[in-house]
Design a protein around this ligand. Structure first.
Ligand code: NAD
Length: 498
């Protein structure tokens, strides 16, 4: 059993703490590693390394930064398979899905390779007679990322390539449940030529997070995780004057209209509900069947859910792996039971699921519930497991109202053949990311990713233009190079353009 250490100042260190956390192999249920848990002194060591590195990295030319980014891009691309294996072994998701997550992270690195273009400022020649005005953006300093278990490569890559390209230095606190991928990424940054101390990894729990939130030398915090922690973190970090973007949980609905291709919708809905065992913030967890779509859609969903091949992530035949921990399995199964007790019909039941040869693995089978009401726990809770609730609705407008009544606003989708209904939907829902016949509308890296309402605390979405804006602050210079004939024009009244 290996001990996963911090990565501070260009190499590994066990840090000062003695606390450890178990890292499991979800498909076998066995502990495979332990990870060190940071104390405040370890966070301070990482922030100090990052602050020291900021002095020179923030002054590195755009050309030098872009060269490191391009080298990092090549290394990530060459190691997609290895990264996918590391993710699969600790998270549980199947290899093809893990490779997809690395690919979506890689796209953010590719976006950040364009940093010389992204940081171009504005220039107004002769804004006043003999006066020019121009703007540019500077990095913030040491910035931190605190990330969830469900995308151990992609979610940190929403943050660090952009932050580092902008000239900041970075401290990552990944999930303690699947920590290994972050150290592998740190090694790739080192091989790409990133100076020591620019990218650091501190492993830990609430102790490490609180030390980051309170540290006076951390200028900004990006967080992705559950809504209660996002809300807490946003309050605490903004109170100490930090810039914060805190992305929270989700309850994503997909509306299916009777005019949709129901076979197409059912296939895409099952992929969106059960891919990664439902442990995606953009997973569809509620299918809202409008009018006559209900019964035929339910039949198709039941059939497809029952066909899904569940097994260990490393088995190429598996379409869906286990959930992340034994505690997650227990929680998901008890929510299914609560749904049944509160009046929903379990039409496909994933409770008590076992995979031969992996009897101790944390498996939950695909589950479909029909007749789900908005007061049931299975509807109000973010289940974060392979459970799809079918909710019936009378009209598109009633379905839109249902979505808008939900406290979350991360992603949503509509399946329809009607452009008019799709347009009404996209303009009517109070949600950040919307799909039209696309169930998981994760924006490309050159757009920004973020939800509304309880799915995001803070103003800026991640990556894309808003990511660059988040990790920089602007300066505007008003300049004049006076000739002798202009020198006598000084006046005490407020300066106006002449
Ligand atoms: P989590 O909130 O439990 O943990 C996220 C991070 O916060 C981890 O690094 C963890 O160590 C830390 N943390 C946990 N408890 C803490 C506490 N009490 N104080 C301070 N820090 C604490 O989330 P998770 O279970 O790892 O991930 C799943 C959640 O993340 C789901 O709610 C999912 O919707 C959400 N998520 C959201 C997005 C998005 O883009 N909105 C993306 C991925 C995941």
């Amino acid at each position: 059993m290996t001990t996963i250490q911090h990565w501070i100042g260009g190499g590994t260190t066990p840090g000062t703490g003695t606390r450890r956390s178990a890292v499991y192999h979800p498909a076998t249920g066995a502990q495979q590693h332990e990870v060190v848990l940071a104390e405040a002194a370890d966070v301070d060591a990482a922030v100090t390394a990052a602050r020291t590195a900021f002095a020179s990295w923030s002054q590195a030319s755009l050309s030098k930064r872009a060269k490191v980014l391009f080298a990092f891009r090549e290394l990530v691309n060459a190691n997609v398979d290895r990264l996918a294996e590391i993710v699969s072994d600790e998270h549980g998701k199947v290899l093809s899905d893990a490779a997809g997550e690395v690919q979506r992270g890689l796209e953010v690195v590719e976006f950040a390779c364009g940093i010389p273009h992204l940081l171009k400022g504005e220039y107004s020649d002769q804004a006043s007679t003999g006066v020019d005005v121009f703007s540019f953006r500077e990095p913030l300093g040491v910035v931190a990322g605190i990330t969830p278990f469900n995308f151990p490569v992609m979610v940190p890559m929403w943050m660090h390539p952009v932050a580092i390209a902008c000239g900041n230095t970075f401290v990552l606190k990944p999930s303690e449940r699947d920590p290994s991928a972050s150290n592998y990424v740190a090694e790739l940054w080192r091989r790409a030529g990133l100076p020591d101390g620019v990218f650091n990894v501190v492993h830990g729990d609430k102790v490490a997070v609180d030390a980051i939130l309170d540290h006076p030398d951390v200028a900004a915090v990006s967080f992705v995780g559950s809504t209660p922690i996002a809300r807490y973190l946003h309050g605490r970090a903004t109170a100490t004057g930090k810039r914060v973007q805190a992305l929270g949980g989700a309850k994503n609905h997909a509306i299916v209209l009777p005019d949709a291709d129901l076979e197409f919708a059912a296939r895409h809905l099952t992929a969106a509900a059960f891919g990664s065992a439902g442990e995606r913030c953009m997973a569809i967890s509620a299918a809202v069947a409008v009018g006559g779509a209900g019964d035929p859609l339910l039949d198709l969903l039941n059939r497809r859910a029952a066909e899904i091949v569940v097994g260990p992530g490393r088995d190429p035949k598996s379409e869906m792996g286990p959930v992340v921990t034994a505690a997650a399995k227990t929680r998901i199964e008890s929510l299914i039971t609560a749904g049944e007790q509160q009046g929903a019909k379990v039409t496909v039941d994933g409770r008590g699921y076992t995979v031969p040869g992996h009897e101790d693995g944390f498996f939950v089978g695909p589950t479909v519930l029909d007749g789900v009401g908005t007061g049931m726990d299975v509807y109000t809770e973010e289940i974060f497991g392979p459970v799809l609730s079918v909710v019936r609705s009378d009209s598109v407008d009633a379905a839109i109202d249902l979505i808008n009544a939900n406290p979350y606003g991360n992603g949503t989708a509509i399946f329809t053949g009607s452009g008019e209904a799709a347009r009404r939907f996209q303009r009517g829902v109070r949600v950040g990311m919307i799909g039209v016949n696309v169930p998981i509308p994760v924006p490309m890296a050159y757009y920004s990713f973020g939800g509304w309402k309880d799915s995001l605390f803070g103003d800026k979405h991640v990556h894309g233009p808003e990511g660059v804006s988040f990790y920089t602050r602007g300066k505007v210079v008003t300049s004049r190079w006076p000739h002798v004939e202009h020198a006598h024009g000084a006046s005490l009244h407020f300066p106006t353009a002449t």
